[in-house]
Design a protein around this ligand. Structure first.
Ligand code: FES
Ligand code: MG
Length: 596
């Protein structure tokens, strides 16, 4: 056995030896062995006590954001072999954010489930998790959490910066601006397509601070990637070099028996929440981190996000909140430089949290030079103060989050300028049941939408719109836009794209389809939002709400569209709410299943 200085006890068998080298059961050993020999592996290799390392491959032609992992896996393999391991690459169910109908979020839990089966059921001693596009990162970390064999994540990296006529164009964000220019007749359809495509100039995931850059940065802040791994653009040589180092390191991690539960502790999640505020991370992050935590059995909820993260300033100047893109983030120093700035200001709560390289997050990042303070601001000169989320509660929902730092001056002046009550406003509800209803009715003058209206989107949570739709931020009707009113308050039980910068109240849980307060709301109801007290309430008396509730239940509850696929029906029957991580409820009782 080649375990010179690892922490596995002498004589401890590798997990894979239960398959390939079990003296108590030569019959089964032969059966397991023979098929893995048929492409050229030798018995000597499979029975020499070398760790077998799975490469969970998320790249494919269907998932262009992660497709470069097909190339990077070659370097991962080389690293695994150099360290004395045997690589075994296998496909993960594809999740392409921009390609999957009705929404990629539907497939996060499906990929999770199938990866749990693979990591548990095959002869694997450790795994490299190839992360990237939005939902691939949480799906893989969730599965690693449940199974709890040694695992290390490798980002595919962001695309190169997009450019159009001398200006940076960010993926997912330029499309909003291009649509406006097209609508105003300033560009034609061909120019529109060119402008949008310019934002995606190479392999890799979105170059903006959307959900992908957020989740890859947080995978590093959690300690699950090697330092500096998250921000390296996909085509850069350092990306291939990082793939090699990641392959080498996972073999050592197997010998050290360094598992996800040793790394993703409560302290690691608190670090990640702080980093999420500093990078201006997506409102999808609480959903995914709460989910990973639940699969580990670590307590984490949206109150923690407010308490640990709200006061932290925004340091990273990336689109949509700022100006720059992924290459700039990497050149400035990436996640280690952000964490070093936070540490200088005493804002990193747990610098001693352990990471995959065996060192602490603080030791990995302390003193990392910030090479471009325009892109990564020091804490003394942030882009925004209090960049984290607040967690709202009331009779509308038990939990919904809001990023108060993206409230515009126009919005603040109109809604939050009463000196007697500066952080509260009231409005009249206009309620839409899903995006189709919104598009059909938003221009209807009978709705009477004016600047005192609050737009509500319901039926778009994990049950109502399977997986949850990114549709909560809604444009006001054209008549209001002409008056110069560009944004109305928006509240909903769906999600919001990580590339959108609007100050919506999101992820409301329980959703209308689960009987939440939103299901009782009617057009014309008065609603009060108090950011100071963290409240969101329908101003309708209890008796009336009770009448509505019993009327709704007599009608058979809040209606949502029919299932289109078997998985939609299965997931709707067992999915938890967005505030609870949108996990499959029966799955969260399984912890550390490889250690049984
Ligand atoms: Fe895949 Fe943005 S669409 S990362
Ligand atoms: Mg998205």
């Amino acid at each position: 056995m080649s375990d010179p200085d690892g922490s596995r006890k002498q004589g401890t068998k590798l997990r894979s030896q239960q398959w390939f080298d079990n003296p108590d059961d030569p019959g089964m050993t032969a059966l397991y062995l023979e098929r893995y020999l048929n492409y050229g592996l030798t018995r000597e290799e499979l029975q020499s006590g070398k760790p077998i390392i799975g490469i969970a491959q998320t790249g494919s032609d269907l998932s262009p954001c992660n497709r470069h992992h097909l190339e990077l896996a070659k370097r991962v393999r080389a690293g695994i072999e150099a360290a004395g391991g045997i690589p075994m690459e296998f496909p993960v169910h594809p999740i392409q954010e921009t390609g999957k109908r009705p929404t990629a979020a539907l497939d996060r839990n499906l990929a999770y489930l199938s990866l749990v089966e693979i990591l548990y059921g095959y002869p694997l001693d450790g795994a490299v998790l190839t992360i990237g596009c939005d939902k691939t990162t949480p799906a893989l970390l969730m599965a690693a959490a449940t199974v709890n064999i040694p695992a290390i994540a490798l980002s595919v990296g962001p695309m190169l910066n997009g450019w159009y006529r001398g200006e940076r164009t960010g993926s997912g964000t330029i499309v909003w601006k291009a649509r406006e220019l097209l609508a105003e007749g300033q560009i034609d359809v061909g120019q529109f397509m060119d402008m949008v495509a310019s934002s995606a100039p190479s392999v890799g995931y979105c170059n903006t601070m959307g959900t992908a850059t957020t989740m890859n940065s947080l995978a590093e802040a959690l300690g699950m990637q090697l330092p500096g791994s998250a921000a390296i653009p996909a085509p850069y040589r350092e990306r291939g070099q990082m793939a090699y180092q990641t392959g080498k390191r996972i073999v050592e991690m197997v010998w050290e028996d360094l598992k996800p539960s040793d790394i993703m502790t409560r302290q690691a999640f608190e670090n990640a929440i702080v980093v999420n505020s500093a990078i201006g991370g997506s409102t999808n992050a609480p959903i995914h981190l709460n989910a990973i935590a639940r699969h580990l059995g670590v307590a984490l909820d949206n109150d923690d996000w407010q308490r640990v993260g709200h006061h932290v300033p925004l340091l990273v100047n990336l689109q949509p909140a700022g100006e720059y893109l992924g290459e700039d983030y990497h050149h400035a120093g990436g996640v280690p430089a952000v964490i070093a700035e936070l540490m200088k200001a005493g804002l990193l709560p747990h610098s001693d949290a352990k990471t995959v390289n065996g060192k602490s997050l603080g030791d990995n990042c302390r003193g990392t030079e910030n090479l471009d303070p325009n892109v990564i601001r020091p804490v003394a000169t942030p882009l925004k103060e209090h960049a984290g989320f607040i967690n709202l509660k009331g009779n509308l929902f038990d939990s919904a989050i809001m990023k108060t730092s993206v409230i515009s001056k126009e919005f603040r002046d109109r809604y939050l300028s009463n000196p007697a009550d500066p952080e509260a406003f009231e409005g009249v509800a206009a309620v839409f049941d899903g995006p189709e209803d919104y598009h059909a009715r938003i221009e209807d003058p009978a709705l009477g939408i004016d600047e005192h209206t609050i737009l509500f989107m319901r039926g778009t949570g994990p049950i109502g719109y399977p997986g949850g739709a990114e549709v909560v931020n809604m444009q006001p009707p054209a008549a209001l836009l002409k008056q110069g009113i560009h944004a109305l308050p928006c509240i909903g039980d769906g999600r919001q794209s990580g590339t959108s910068g609007s100050p919506s109240i999101l992820n409301a849980s329980p959703e209308a389809a689960a009987g939440g307060g939103l299901s009782l709301l009617r057009d014309g109801d008065r609603v009060r939002i108090d950011l100071n007290k963290g409240r969101a309430d329908i101003l309708v008396d209890e008796e009336e709400l009770a009448r509505r509730r019993s009327a709704l239940s007599e009608e058979g509850g809040y209606r949502f569209p029919a299932h289109q696929t078997p998985w939609q029906e299965i997931q709707r029957g067992m999915v938890d709410q967005l505030s609870e991580g949108m996990v499959l409820k029966p799955a969260v009782k399984y912890h550390r299943i490889a250690q049984e």
